[in-house]
Structures are given as C-alpha cells and as structure tokens.
Design a protein around this ligand. Structure first.
Ligand SMILES: [Zn+2]
Length: 64
C-alpha cells in the first residue's frame, strides 16, 4: 500500500519490534508482522495484530 506519512513510499511486508511501557515495567515484542514504508520507515501494524499485542501485554502484566 502507499504510505500515508510521506506519500511517496510504498510499504512492504516486514517485521518490527514494539516496546510497551506501563508503570515500572517494559514489555518488548519482537518479530511483529508489519507493513513498513521503504521511504520513511513508517511501520503499519494491522488492527488484528495490534489487538493480539494488547492481549498479550495484559496477560504479561497480570503475571507480574
Ligand atoms: Zn513513508
């Protein structure tokens, strides 16, 4: 798809990592499937993946 940030780049399938912080805790997610812009590097994570991440994060925080 076309990047909405720089309006020049085209995104392609790739992987990214995401850091979530809450209170004193930092959770790091790696190898998240994402669309990444060639031109500016903007990362687009789908809403399904995003939901999964939030679920995982909540489970993770509950274990602490
Ligand atoms: Zn871009």
């Amino acid at each position: 798809m076309k990047c909405v940030i720089c309006r020049n780049g085209i995104t392609e399938e790739g992987y990214t990592s995401l850091v979530l912080e809450r209170d004193q805790t930092t959770l790091v997610f790696k190898s998240i499937p994402a669309q990444i812009c060639h031109n500016c590097g903007e990362e687009y994570i789908s809403s399904e993946v995003n939901k999964e991440l939030l679920n995982s994060a909540n489970r993770g925080y509950n274990l602490l």
